[in-house]
Ligand binder design. Sequence first.
Ligand code: NDP
Length: 311
Amino acid sequence: MSPMPLVIIGGGPAGYTAAIYAARAGLHPILYQGPNPGGQLTITGDVENYPGYRNGVTGPTMMEDFQAQAERFGAIVKTGTITKVDFATYPRRLILDSGVELLAQSVIIAAGASAKWLGLPAEKRLYGKGVSTCAICDGFFFRGKSVAVVGGGDTAAEESLYLANLCQRVHLLVRKGQMRASKIMQERVFKNTNIQIWFDTEVKDIIGQEHVKAIEVIHALSKATTIIEATGLFVAIGHQPNTLPFLPYITVDDQGYIQTKKRTTHTNIPGIFAAGDIQDPHYRQAVTAAGTGCMAALDAERFLQQPYRDF
Ligand code: NDP
């Protein structure tokens, strides 16, 4: 089996931007979309801050545009999750969930990040029965009902605003005395009379056997507990990078994000590059992910041009 020049892992803004640049450079990239084709943007609503879309665009439409643009230049897009790698040998070995093995001279890891969970036992039991991480996917089922959203960042703000249009009442549970969300999102939440914000409030338990019936919360300062009637709990407390298959080889930071060398997308392994949310604990925007996807393609192109790969 002859190795492919470049395999891109991940079908979000970082992966597709890398594919556009790499395809235009004649590197014949193959991009593998993972279990969530299009990445996190496919479960978001309107994207208003991606430059070039003056009236905003929905996340799924934007990702269709990214894919079509990459394919126009010859990138091949496939579905499949990379579950295991061998970066100790060259060419690099990648193993798909189907068992199929690939060989690649260079790899761009753009596998993104996944939603974090609170870690309550009831959360797993009631997932899909009132517990959700995606208001746009599941909000419709809670029309006219009372729901809770946990988190204080932009995702929690966005989910609360979306649900406030559908639901009878939205309880936003923020564990600190202030939100971390951007000012504009906070203002929108504060102005919305259908959203009740509970500051200094943590989720203690989710009540319900077959379906969520209520949320038990505890006030961080007074330690008083309250039962909030709600048939849904939307968990919006951030994300963790999808690094698991790469961990034996790739160096990550103390938060688990792939470490890249200063001002580049180089990882600790020659010819392996990282782009997007999997290496970015700070910015995590579609536009910054796309920017690092471009950088990774340029880094891979330079790597592949080297006459000798001496390692
Ligand atoms: P963030 O990491 O920004 O925020 C996570 C929030 O969840 C914080 O308020 C945090 O609290 C809270 N939290 C974490 N763990 C727990 C817990 N166990 N119990 C209760 N609360 C908890 O994640 P987001 O997903 O909101 O945003 C990620 C990035 O994506 C950000 O950069 C954001 O700006 C961006 N984004 C932008 C959007 C837009 O521009 N339209 C939309 C959505 C996201 P604490 O503050 O106390 O740590």
